[in-house]
Design a protein around this ligand. Structure first.
Ligand code: ME8
Length: 656
């Protein structure tokens, strides 16, 4: 219990819809930070969750013909699955519809009221439901929501409400911000908050609504629902048991060390939130970091605009680690940056397949060739060793420094500098020449230093790409030696046990290229196509299977194969695998349900020609009639590619 603690949070996301890569961005960053702190010995608490109340969610549920609870329940299942797919190691997931949260929020509201921070009056002003924000007439932008990313119509609200006396705490907050330069990061956001909001003077905040029901009722005045932002912001302490029977977590972990958010909600987190905390007599978070936006074609990716990238499709195509690497590496944390799949593929090919992959593969291949796969004992030092060792020993503290500033991209770039240095060490030491010259002592040292460098890289990769290091441990033969995976094991260069047997395995990151249709395909390389080990036994089995599986030409002729053109494509509600398609078979139209939703976006499909089984017995899938089947090729690694003809033929043409 005497370990230093580290509490990190993400925003709690609205389950009004499925989340996109923008939400994954914040969560992956928080996860990398949490994992990094765990690696360096901290007792970490990592919180994420969902913000489930409010008018926006109530309306979305109504539109979908559901009860709000039922509506959010389904999306929350999806969100939790997404975080599992992305290896998000949260310690707690708070939902604002949970009893533990609702009870605490009601107690907190009562406390504010009893101590005179909240009073009842009448609110007359404007409300933006998509942003769940009150605006004054003066703040509106030509009569619409002034949030530059929103600009949607606002609604006139005139209702009896409770108000929070913001002005009472404004001076103290300003002082805190000025005295704690780390509190709001990056610094530009701090200046914006101070000059645009605090200096002009804070108005009291309306903290209850009466015109809808989906929220936490004010306990002593049930016609009122607690304002969704007060409800939501409290999650960071209700999840620690604030005002509950057991608040030991609160005492252990509060104040938060880092609260990660996107820049559009910095105001809520650096003005309202600290003021609520001051009113509760609790310390303020040490750092609130408002990172930049992921943009798509220069506009903010957002659910309401519909210009979003689905993280599930990306993970399916590239794997969780490559997606995580890209998010953390591509854009300096804090700044806005454009998202593009081409850039992701480039990162994967250059940084992961080339730099990291080559270091591992060359090291393994040479250990195999020169030492039959057994790591030798270093025997003769030489020029270049010191530089490599020095860099390896300095790397952990360099990374720690950058991570403490949430500079994920710079931290990864440092790690990659070391990878580049190790690759250069191979080129300069030229182990093949040492082998040819019979210089076994020097060769042993070079090979030893390389495998030790690979180990060090893998240790430091763990927070960023949690799936990759175990694959490296496996190949360099130290999977069963957890002591060699730790931060402490980096304090010395030379912990790798000589005599370890390596086991070269699959290429970590095969090179990809984006096909004309925007779908990535694996580039053929000599390494990727290495034949599988051929034993007499497997050969015999294959022969036997082949004989059993042969079909006669008449069997094949029973299948009516056609070329069909996709006319329309739409998701099947309630599934993430199926699409409903209408197909043109040359004068005849068919409806089919195809399991390709994780491989193709509906909007990319119309107009494509595919090979089609036209005489399949109709079936109903999810209650939808499906009359036929599209043919697609699977690569055995989970990727599916539609089949088509090599040249233009009219829809309906027979495939023979
Ligand atoms: O605001 N680029 O929830 P939300 C980068 N429930 N990050 C993005 C992004 C993008 N294009 N789009 C979303 C809410 N995000 C409230 C929060 S907290 C007490 C309540 C990330 O579902 C970013 O972290 O709209 C942003 O702040 C958050 O998702 C907004 O999620």
């Amino acid at each position: 219990m005497d370990r230093k603690t580290f509490y990190i949070t993400t925003p709690i996301y609205y389950p009004s819809d499925r989340l996109h890569i923008g939400h994954s961005y914040t969560t992956v960053a928080a996860d990398a930070m949490a994992r990094f702190k765990r690696l360096t010995g901290y007792d970490v608490r990592f919180l994420t969750g969902t913000d489930e109340h409010g008018q926006k969610i109530e309306r979305r549920a109504q539109e979908a013909g559901r009860e709000p609870q039922q509506y959010v329940d389904e999306i929350v299942v999806w969100i939790k699955k997404l975080w599992e797919t992305l290896d998000i190691s949260y310690d707690d997931f708070i939902r604002t519809t949970e009893e533990r949260h609702k009870r605490s929020v009601q107690r907190l509201f009562t406390r504010f009221y009893e101590q005179g921070d909240i009073y009842k009056s009448k609110y007359e002003g404007w409300y933006c439901t998509p942003c769940e924000t009150f605006w004054t007439e003066r703040q509106l932008a030509e009569g619409t929501c002034p949030n530059p990313d929103c600009r949607r119509p606002v609604e006139l609200v005139a209702e009896e409400s409770y108000f929070f006396r913001m002005s009472k705490y404004a001076g103290r907050l300003l002082e805190h911000i000025e005295n704690n330069p780390d509190f709001i990061q990056p610094a530009s956001r701090k200046n914006e908050m101070v000059s645009n909001f605090l200096k002009p003077g804070l108005e009291d905040l309306c903290v209850s609504r009466t015109t809808f029901r989906w929220g936490i009722p004010v306990p002593f005045d049930e016609g009122h629902i607690i304002y969704v932002w007060l409800d939501a912001l409290s999650n960071y302490i209700t999840a620690l048991g604030f005002e509950s029977e057991d608040d030991s977590l609160l005492w252990r972990y509060w104040p938060a060390d880092v609260q990660l958010i996107g820049k559009e909600i910095v105001r809520f987190h650096t003005i309202y939130w600290p003021i609520f905390l001051m009113a509760l007599g609790l310390p303020l978070p040490k750092k609130v970091f408002g990172h930049g936006w992921l943009l798509l074609d220069e506009g903010k990716m957002s659910k309401s605009k519909g210009n979003v990238i689905d993280p599930v499709i990306l993970v399916d195509r590239y794997g969780a680690d490559a997606v995580r690497y890209f998010l953390l590496r591509e854009i300096p944390f804090g700044a806005d940056g454009n998202f593009s799949e081409e850039a992701l593929v480039q990162r994967l090919n250059f940084d992961l397949a080339n730099d990291l992959g080559n270091l591992l593969n060359r090291t393994l291949a040479m250990l195999g060739k020169f030492y039959s796969g057994e790591v030798p004992c270093p025997a003769a030092t030489g020029a270049g060793d010191e530089d490599l060792k020095k860099a390896a020993l300095e790397l952990p503290s360099r990374l720690e420094e950058l991570m403490d500033q949430l500079q994920f991209s710079a931290a990864l770039s440092e790690l990659w500098k070391f990878i580049a240095l190790a690759n250069k060490y191979i080129d300069e030491q030229a182990p093949w020449s040492l082998a040819r010259a019979g210089n076994r002592d020097r060769l042993a040292t070079v090979m030893y230093n390389l495998v030790e460098s690979v180990r060090i890289v893998a240790v430091l990769l763990q927070p960023f790409m949690p799936k990759t290091p175990p694959r490296i441990w496996e190949q360099i033969g130290i999977a069963g030696k957890p002591a060699l995976h730790t931060w402490e094991s980096l304090s010395q260069f030379g912990r790798f046990p000589a005599g370890t047997k390596i086991a070269a395995g699959e290429v970590l990151f095969p090179r990809l290229e984006l096909g004309a249709d925007g779908v990535p395909v694996r580039q053929a390389t000599k390494k990727d196509n290495r034949p599988l080990p051929d034993t007499e036994e497997t050969k015999r089995k294959e022969e036997k299977n082949k004989a059993a599986e042969l079909i006669a030409i008449e069997d094949f002729a029973r299948v009516d194969l056609r070329v069909a053109r996709i006319k329309t494509a739409a998701p099947v509600p309630g599934t993430d695998k199926l699409l409903k398609l209408t197909m043109d078979l040359g004068g005849e139209e068919r409806q089919v349900v195809a399991g390709i939703a994780q491989h193709y976006r509906p909007e990319d499909l119309p107009g494509r020609d595919v090979l089609f089984v036209a005489n399949l017995k109709p079936v109903k899938l999810r209650g939808i009639l499906s009359e036929g089947m599209l043919l697609a090729a699977g690569d055995g690694a989970g990727r599916l590619v539609l089949t088509t003809t090599a040249g233009e033929v009219p829809p309906g043409s027979k495939v023979k």
